[in-house]
Design a protein around this ligand. Structure first.
Ligand code: PEP
Ligand code: MN
Length: 338
């Protein structure tokens, strides 16, 4: 970490900071400039509380050098992590498309949508069985019954399936039916859930929280990885900003930022990011162009009657158009559909 002393710091204050840093088992390097002194503290800072130095008299600022996350960091693992699952490659030079309805609504609904998205080139079927709705009066999902329908539809079309886990008690039933477990934006910092998912040996799709910084998001990935589950797929799904004309604001720059900091695959959910059907395709194109390792897209055969997120769900023809764009943009960024 680097400690910048204020211009008015006295020699006694500087010495006070030096002793404190040494006491905390750091090596100190002092650099005295014309107007101020800067101290470099060498040592392991990942779990060091910077405030212990910040509160000392004469200190202007303390900055951590290096990342607080380790297993998720690119300095720990240089090459891209590629998750291989039933012939589907997630990460590296592949683009994976996960598509389906927001929620599994009936056996017929999910079977029909699965056939459409598979035919268009998706490799993973999405569909919520346990839904985290903003209102307790909204449709909460079909639960276990929904999981069964999702699995059946995936199997019928040769698709992997991804579904959301909202709490630890759902892990076991979901593991029985799903290939990938999704942690929703609202649960990104549910650390006890993340810890439990660290014990799981199936990939976890970790959505970014609506107000989470990239560092907080990577720390959540670290929680899962610290438990021994290295198969984490990040998903940027828009963050909350002052803008009201879209449901959220897609943080498109998060993709190159994460790619530099981490080796984990990162995909984009344009549906929840914009929340309006006619914006989904253009934003999905941008996601592929910026280097996303895939897309998570909501598709419905009858969005007007959908039990959740109909207004942001693509019609089948919209989804086919999107897939066509993905196929054409992917080679420009050196990638191809898995
Ligand atoms: C979803 O994918 O259906 C969902 C609820 O997403 P998020 O957690 O990003 O809101
Ligand atoms: Mn949804």
């Amino acid at each position: 970490m680097v400690i910048v002393m204020s211009t008015s710091a006295t020699e006694a204050e500087i010495q006070g900071v030096v002793s404190k840093i040494e006491e905390c088992r750091f090596q100190v390097h002092r650099s005295t400039g014309v107007t101020r002194t800067v101290l470099g503290a060498i040592g392991k800072t990942d779990d060091f509380d910077l405030r212990r130095i910040e509160i000392l008299p004469g200190v202007e600022s303390v900055t951590r050098i290096g990342e607080p996350f380790k297993l998720a960091s690119r300095s720990f693992h240089k090459d891209d992590t590629v998750i291989e699952l039933g012939g589907v490659r997630i990460g590296g030079d592949s683009i994976v498309v996960m598509a389906g309805p927001c929620a599994v609504e009936s056996r017929d609904q999910i079977r029909q949508i699965a056939a459409i998205v598979a035919e268009a080139g998706a490799r993973v079927l999405r569909g919520g069985a346990f839904k985290p709705r903003s209102s307790p009066y909204s449709f909460q999902g079909l639960g276990l019954e929904g999981l069964k329908y999702l699995r059946e539809a995936g199997d019928a079309e040769g698709l992997l399936v991804v579904t959301e886990v909202m709490e630890a008690s759902q892990i076991e039933p979901i593991l029985e039916y799903a290939d990938i477990l999704q942690v929703g934006a609202r649960n990104m910092q549910n650390f006890s859930l993340l810890r439990r998912l660290g014990e799981v040996r199936k990939p976890i799709l970790l959505k970014r929280g609506i107000s989470a910084t990239i560092e907080e998001w990577l720390m959540s990935a670290e929680y899962i990885m610290a438990g021994g589950n290295y198969q984490v797929i990040l998903c940027e799904r828009g963050i909350r900003t002052f803008e009201r004309l879209t449901r959220n604001t897609l943080d498109i720059s998060a993709i190159p930022v994460v790619k530099k900091l981490s080796h984990l695959p990162i995909i984009v959910d344009p549906s929840h990011a914009v929340g309006i059907r006619d914006k989904v395709i253009p934003v999905a194109r941008a996601a592929v162009a910026v280097g996303s390792d895939g897309l998570l897209v909501e598709v419905h055969t009858d969005p007007e009657k959908a039990l959740s997120d109909g207004p942001q769900s693509l019609y089948p023809e919209g989804f086919r158009l999107l897939m066509d764009s993905v196929r054409r943009i992917a080679p420009v960024v050196g990638k191809r559909l898995t």
